[in-house]
Write a new protein. Structure first.
Length: 82
């Protein structure tokens, strides 16, 4: 498998944006996860669910999709190989 490393812009503060936060359905109600918002066009705000008033990062949607895809692929490979 070949991975392409892309250089993206520095993540920016999302605290001033009107976002609707959600946790992953995989969090099982635990607080040790991140929250994301998908209601903004072209960007994905991310924050620590344990500290919702803390720092918030803003990532470009393509960069976030690549990150999530890599996580899903890695998890699938680890599950298959045990």
């Amino acid at each position: 498998m070949q991975h392409t490393r892309r250089t993206s812009q520095t993540a920016k503060d999302a605290s001033a944006l009107p976002v609707t936060w959600r946790k992953s359905s995989h969090s099982n109600g635990q607080s040790a996860c991140v929250e994301v918002a998908s209601n903004l066009l072209g960007v994905v705000p991310v924050r620590d669910s344990k500290t919702p008033s803390g720092p918030q990062l803003l990532f470009g949607a393509p960069s976030w999709r690549a990150f999530v895809s890599t996580c899903e692929t890695t998890a699938a490979v680890q599950w298959q190989t045990g």
